[in-house]
Design a protein around this ligand. Structure first.
Ligand code: SF4
Length: 376
């Protein structure tokens, strides 16, 4: 305890912005060579910030590199179809981010000759660009003196200042923003934004912060005053992710499979999938597979072969999907409000697909012995 009090007094004597100075001194020697830092252009900064929303750096890097290889400039992105963009984004999740980025690129090419606005206020007018992305792009790419606090930055500042208000409240963010604006020299805000994110990503992790090697440790209030600095900000206990049980029917006709495109807005928007949906209470997977197929396509099936149960975990829920296949659809195909296609396996792999659908493909090799089958 005595050690802590002494070091806290020493830190206070350094002045209110000791943590800021320590962070800015630390950053140049510790910044990771991330791909979007190698050649910093507004477009690359923007793509990286969109990808980093709800995604950790390590996960975002391969997606970023793949995206930039395929769409190296705003104009190339704008010229692509939404389907091409979603295919390249496949697996990165939160597909609305990709659709909005694509819409914004088209808007900029159409209305501003492909120029990315320099000011955060202008950036915010683009589809999918909220206050954080606008501030991050304007400060990192153009040096606008504006604060950009993401969840990493908020966590670090909350620990520095021992901010105990509810992290989901507006008050929490407002107080941290006020603190930062008071303590960071405006001309260094861009650098501060990036350094703070880096500290939050590398050392000041949500649990088990590595205070022993942290540059701000001597003045960090959580480190000095709490037995566990990771207890700030308070975390709401999350229960297990809800499980959605569904049934999916893969219909095959002369080597081609029927797939439907999900509506553009909403979960997994714009991706392609086999007909299917959730089980209703008391319904068997097979009955659900037949019902969903009838409702979505107007088709009924005779033989329905159970193939596999595919499990996947999305960010907020888990799915267990009973996969059936049939080669004997009956009736007239009627798909309302959605696009549909009959595609061969090779073409299917070229479409943007949800992860769970991708997992189904290996089970859909050409049928030989139908095994366990049921008749409708
Ligand atoms: S001292 Fe610990 S809690 Fe404080 S900023 Fe550094 S890593 Fe985070």
């Amino acid at each position: 305890m005595r050690r802590r009090s002494r070091s806290l007094r020493a830190a206070r004597s350094l002045g209110a912005d000791a943590r800021v100075r320590a962070l800015l001194d630390w950053f140049p020697d510790h910044r990771r060579p991330l791909p979007w830092r190698r050649r910093r252009t507004p477009y690359r900064v923007w793509v990286s910030e969109v990808m980093l929303q709800q995604t950790r750096v390590a996960q975002a890097v391969p997606y970023f590199e793949r995206f930039l290889r395929r769409f190296p400039s705003l104009r190339v992105l704008a010229a692509a179809s939404e389907e091409q963009v979603l295919k390249v984004w496949e697996g990165a999740g939160y597909y609305a981010r990709a659709r909005n980025l694509h819409r914004a690129a088209r808007q900029l090419v159409r209305e501003q000759g492909g120029r990315i606005p320099r000011r955060s206020a202008e950036l915010r007018k683009l589809p999918g660009v909220g206050p954080y992305i606008a501030a991050a792009v304007a400060s990192l790419a153009y040096g606008e003196p504006i604060l950009a606090l993401d969840s990493n930055g908020r966590r670090v500042l909350a620990r520095w200042t021992l901010e105990r208000s509810d992290p989901s409240s507006a008050r929490f963010s407002r107080r941290l923003e006020r603190w930062a604006v008071r303590h960071v020299p405006p001309e260094r805000l861009g650098e501060f934004n990036e350094a703070l994110m880096e500290l939050g990503e590398t050392l000041c992790r949500p649990t088990g912060p590595q205070c022993a090697v942290c540059p701000a440790a001597s003045a960090c209030r959580a480190r000095q005053e709490l037995p566990d600095p990771g207890a700030i900000p308070s975390r709401r206990r999350r229960g297990p992710k809800p499980l959605v049980v569904g049934a999916v029917t893969a219909i095959e006709r002369r080597g081609r499979w029927l797939v439907l495109r999900r509506p553009s807005a909403g979960l997994l928007g714009g991706l392609w999938e086999f007909p299917g949906g959730k089980l209703e209470p008391g319904e068997s997977p097979e009955a659900a597979g037949r019902r969903e197929l009838r409702e979505e396509t107007g088709l009924t099936v005779g033989v329905l072969e159970p193939v596999a149960t595919v499990r996947h975990e999305y960010s907020h829920f888990r799915v267990a999907l009973h996969l059936f296949r049939s080669r004997s659809p009956r009736g007239r195909l009627r798909v309302r409000g959605r696009r549909h296609r009959w595609v061969g396996m090779r073409e299917l792999r070229r479409l943007p697909l949800p992860r769970a659908t991708l997992k189904m493909i290996p089970f859909l090799r050409p049928a030989r012995d139908p095994g366990r089958v049921s008749r409708g």
